[in-house]
Design a protein around this ligand. Sequence first.
Ligand SMILES: NC(=O)c1ccc[n+]([C@@H]2O[C@H](COP(=O)([O-])OP(=O)(O)OC[C@H]3O[C@@H](n4cnc5c(N)ncnc54)[C@H](O)[C@@H]3O)[C@@H](O)[C@H]2O)c1
Length: 347
Amino acid sequence: MKFHLVSGACGFVGRNMVKRLLATTTDKIFIVDNLSVGTHPSTWLDNFSSTFNKDLEIIGKDERLYFWKGDFRKLLHKLTDTPDYLQKEYGLQFDKFADVFHFAAIVGGRAMIEGHPMIVALDLAIDAEFFYWVCEHKPARVMYPSSSAAYPISLQSTTHAIALSESDIDFKKNLGTPDMTYGWSKLTGEFLAQIAAKHYGVSVACIRPFSGYGEDQDLTYPVPAIAARAAKREDPFEVWGSGKQGRDFVHIDDVIDCIMLAMDNISDGSAINIGSGKLTSFLELIEVFSKIAGYTPTIKPLLDKPVGVHSRYSNMDYVNNTFGWKPKISIEEGMRRVYEKQKSNLK
Ligand SMILES: NC(=O)c1ccc[n+]([C@@H]2O[C@H](COP(=O)([O-])OP(=O)(O)OC[C@H]3O[C@@H](n4cnc5c(N)ncnc54)[C@H](O)[C@@H]3O)[C@@H](O)[C@H]2O)c1
């Protein structure tokens, strides 16, 4: 019986990963989250039921999901001090974790990244503790989510924006300056992943998702927030900055597909992009949603709001050519799903 570990499992990417693992495997899954942002599994799992073994919540009739609520760093300390802690404390019967997905991080939207950079810098601590434990424990495979924020911001400006390729980050010669403390922590995490692979023989895959979105994302992120306002037919329609700044939006189902692909094909700590390869401005996003809602609002720019880099989008050639992978869900289809969800929330 395989036992997987998912940290940050109650957040946006984590819970989608857990649902995928439950649906596509018969394996057991140990999940960790301090619920600082994420919500309890009872809010995102169907037919929820649970029992407790001390402070460990065992979820579902088939008892495949184990929820440890708390700071991942605390658990990592326990596992580092006592490698068989889970066996001794809870009687769990397994030797090593199989797949380890590490989503615990302080993320937030633009307001968090620019407004609280030193809180976000704590990701450096979480990731350092994580990779230290990984190199001791040696699980079968590890997934580290980096981010498009790791790319040099000089390649994403108003006058000089390019589709970002994996080779635009080269630890041997070309790093540039990533996006705030968030980008630095992701770049450092990738470096630690490569050290774990090369010096400790751990199988690690890194991913650089661009702007993941989905029906169950919270309203601090632009896609659901704009969808919710379109569903209420906001007019004038507020946009942060001029709205001409753009991102590369990719649906969470495609993100999870590509994560699985990365796990199966990458072991040396290197990273692949996960994006659509298309740049969509926030003005275009508002247009997509207002079209679905059936009206044409006046745009009201909010020039005092943080907007980040001007244009951030992926070059997906490497992933397409190497693995034949492309996202399946178009912007129109994905955004319609988000809109329908926000519309139903109004009722
Ligand atoms: N969502 C995206 O499009 C995207 C893009 C690029 C990278 N990523 C990366 O993917 C990972 C997950 O992102 P997300 O969008 O799901 O974010 P999220 O904020 O929704 O999820 C992070 C989860 O980690 C938990 N957490 C935070 N600190 C913790 C700690 N110390 N101990 C235990 N749990 C803790 C939070 O409660 C939350 O549930 C992050 O590393 C993020 O940088 C996401």
